[in-house]
Design a binder for this molecule. Structure first.
Ligand code: TPP
Ligand code: MG
Length: 378
């Protein structure tokens, strides 16, 4: 299998990641591995996407919209933790560190027609897709008005028929074959819709991943497999999850392209997902995109990550905070100054405060409605 290489950008990405490397994962997964590496019988086949430059050719309004989505997701995530620690939210799952990849992916699709199948870490994806701050807080506080589950929880299980967000299950990787289903339906109906399905690198060890990739390849389905590789599946590091460096390398064995991209580089992810969406819409089938990134918080509010990763490692990755990186980019482009940053942050904080107030005042679900949606006909 031919390997597309782009040595100069690859070297740049590696330098960036190596700068933050303090705790290599087995074969050194804190940095992006070389493409073109001999792995015994064959060669690594994933393409490494080049890092973004300048404004990515996007209108400045779009860049500002991306920045807003990053800030909104980060602020909602932080509020969720506060409410959890204050005893008001029973459980939260954080996506801090994943935001640039998710916002880049959302903006690269047609948010008015395409379909997304998020997993529990995809707050920024859903916010960029159109889920409001109030809807998120209704879910975090388990209110009746929660559009995802009517306050049944778990939080992080986003769903909206209106926004074409397919409700996920807590069972890891089940969304993957479901995405082949939505993509197959779109193909049969000729709607032109692309399905984006998100999952962690741990989920790629499940049989569902294999079944989904294989089926999607055979039928050349318009689906993008979007792996958010944060190096851990709860406490299990990548090198105990798989014996390869890149999940994206697996795509070749199914017969479609795999792309590794720096998941802290919003515009690089945007470009990779836009290319995959074009491929899908053109009838060329699936793409597997692996965004290399890191989660800053423990797996969930019930996890303590101090037992399995060092503070030095977390801090090293925090130096590549995707929200800060994008903010700095916009500042360098002359699109944001200190005053505008302060204004944007204050505006988002007010929005999140209002959403929290609204959810705090909203009623809980009626206990007598506990079996609603459980049995047919209700
Ligand atoms: C089939 C199944 N096995 C185990 C679990 C428990 N579990 C929930 S999340 C998770 C880790 C998943 O890791 P990864 O796919 O890398 O995603 P991340 O949480 O790192 O974003 C596990 C093992 C589950 N929910 N479902
Ligand atoms: Mg993971």
């Amino acid at each position: 299998m031919a390997t597309e290489t782009n040595q100069a950008p690859t070297a740049t990405i590696q330098q960036a990641f190596q700068a933050g490397a303090t705790s290599p994962n087995g074969a050194g997964s804190m940095h992006l591995p070389l493409d073109h590496v001999d792995v015994g019988a064959g060669t690594i086949t994933a393409t490494v996407a080049p890092p973004s430059t300048s404004d990515g050719g996007l209108p400045h309004e779009t860049l500002r919209g991306m920045y807003d989505a990053l800030l909104r997701a980060r602020a909602l995530d932080e509020r969720g933790w506060q409410l959890n620690r204050a005893g008001q939210a029973p459980f939260v799952v954080s996506g801090q560190g994943h935001e640039a990849a998710q916002v880049g992916a959302a903006f690269a699709l047609d948010r008015d027609t395409d379909i997304i199948l998020p997993y529990y870490r995809d707050l920024a994806l859903c916010v960029a897709w159109g889920v409001s701050a109030t809807d998120v807080m209704m879910s975090v506080l388990a209110r009746a008005a929660d559009p995802a589950s009517g306050g049944r929880q778990m939080p992080g299980h986003y769903g909206s028929a209106r926004l074409r967000i397919i409700s996920g299950s807590s069972v890891v990787a089940t969304q993957l074959p479901q995405a082949t289903g939505t993509a197959y339906a779109a193909k049969l109906r000729g709607t032109g819709q692309v399905s984006l399905v998100c999952f962690g690198e741990g989920a790629s060890s499940e049989g569902d991943f294999h079944e989904a990739c294989n089926f999607a390849a055979i039928h050349r389905l318009p689906v993008i497999f979007f792996c958010e590789n944060n190096r851990y599946a709860i406490s299990v590091p990548q090198h105990l999850q798989m014996a390869i460096d890149n999940v994206a390398d697996r795509a070749a064995s199914y017969g479609f392209p795999g792309v590794v991209v720096d998941g802290t580089d919003l515009l690089a992810v945007y470009a990779a997902v836009a290319a995959a969406a074009e491929r899908a819409r053109g009838g060329d089938g699936p793409t597997l995109i692996e965004a290399k990134l890191y989660r800053f918080h423990p797996h969930s509010s019930d996890d303590d990550d101090r037992g399995y990763r060092s503070r030095d490692e977390v801090e090293a990755w925090r130096a590549r905070d995707p929200v800060t990186l994008f903010e700095t980019r916009l500042r360098e482009l002359g699109l944001l100054n200190d005053e505008q940053i302060a204004e944007a942050r204050a505006r988002i904080a007010a929005e999140v405060n209002a959403a929290t107030d609204a959810a705090e005042q909203a009623p809980s679900p009626d206990p007598l409605s506990f079996d609603r949606h459980v049995y047919a006909g209700e």
